[in-house]
Write a protein that binds this ligand. Sequence first.
Ligand SMILES: NC(=O)c1ccc[n+]([C@@H]2O[C@H](COP(=O)([O-])OP(=O)(O)OC[C@H]3O[C@@H](n4cnc5c(N)ncnc54)[C@H](O)[C@@H]3O)[C@@H](O)[C@H]2O)c1
Ligand SMILES: [Zn+2]
Length: 361
Amino acid sequence: MMNTMQVQLGDRSYPIYMGAANLSKPELLTRHIKSRQVVIVTNETIAPLYLDQVSRHLQQYQLEVVILPDGEQYKTLATMEIILSAMLRQHFSRNATLIALGGGVIGDISGFAAACYQRGIPFIQIPTTLLAQVDSSVGGKTGVNHELGKNMIGAFYQPQCVIIDVNVLETLDDRQFAAGLAEVIKYGLIRDADFFAWIEANIERILARDQEALTYIIDQSCRNKAEIVASDERESGIRAILNLGHTFGHAIETGMGYGSYLHGEAVAIGTCQAADLSRRLGWLDNADVNRIIAIFNKAALPTQPPAELSAEKFISLMAVDKKNVDGEIRLILLKKIGEASLPISVEKTTLLATLNEYGRE
Ligand SMILES: NC(=O)c1ccc[n+]([C@@H]2O[C@H](COP(=O)([O-])OP(=O)(O)OC[C@H]3O[C@@H](n4cnc5c(N)ncnc54)[C@H](O)[C@@H]3O)[C@@H](O)[C@H]2O)c1
Ligand SMILES: [Zn+2]
């Protein structure tokens, strides 16, 4: 029923608890709380759905709740300050525990607030979107956006544990659910061809949110992510492959304004662009690219770049990516389905060919 997986990071190792009804198992939380002071950070959408399920087990603590506005456009330093101010007002010490209850936006801002508050306090992730459960809550990347670039301000900061309750996905809308699937599909593409084939064969069950299928994809995704993070916590090498499709995707998110494309939607398009570019380098064939486009289409994700975003605009937006070195755009591409390349810089003419031709007909 409940599955525990360890993210192996030496003295920063931590468990991921995965299963149904994990929100009603208070011991998963309390065993990681080391002082009387606890702050839950969530947002105005999630609070009415799940805050009570979490807070009712914490009445013995000095409990503070911070409810933020909902949306990627609030993933900013200004919003983060709301959390810090609330904790300061309550005289929270550096043993206080911060619990992030929400999707990737809440997890990223809260994790960064935990990293900054008095130079670092323990925090716990309770991810409530598919994307957060399979990706953002695991691995310790935290941060906020700047108007000049996404996730440009942040820190590596690992949680004490991640508590995944598959049941909370019941209230997630279809568009958000599909966006999470983009990251699930990514794991198959970058390092797990068998998992990719399993997703292709079971996409109907996944879309119907069959509990067994959901548990399987979350488990496989967390396993893949945990293995990558364990071998390269701070992204000096292999961890970069998690950014497949993300350099294109971030350009779409920034260029179209945060909130118009969901992160996972932008990543789906970006992954198709990366696949097209990989084909131009001779790594993928047409059939591979078509398989990739087809699985995103089946998952109800977009696969074509927005017409408003010209190739030149893409290039200028992609130039602020964190993987770039010395002003050169570097991309994760696919050697084959199930194997990603490390960041490589591509001839500008080849990149322009993808930007001008893929999905532009
Ligand atoms: N830190 C990382 O490693 C990492 C990895 C991937 C993505 N991210 C970041 O994650 C963010 C995207 O996260 P997201 O896709 O979870 O978006 P999100 O946090 O905005 O959540 C999506 C929407 O679903 C709502 N919601 C959350 N849980 C719900 C539930 N159980 N039922 C109903 N509604 C619910 C939210 O209120 C929100 O409106 C981006 O900012 C992205 O940069 C971070
Ligand atoms: Zn992502």
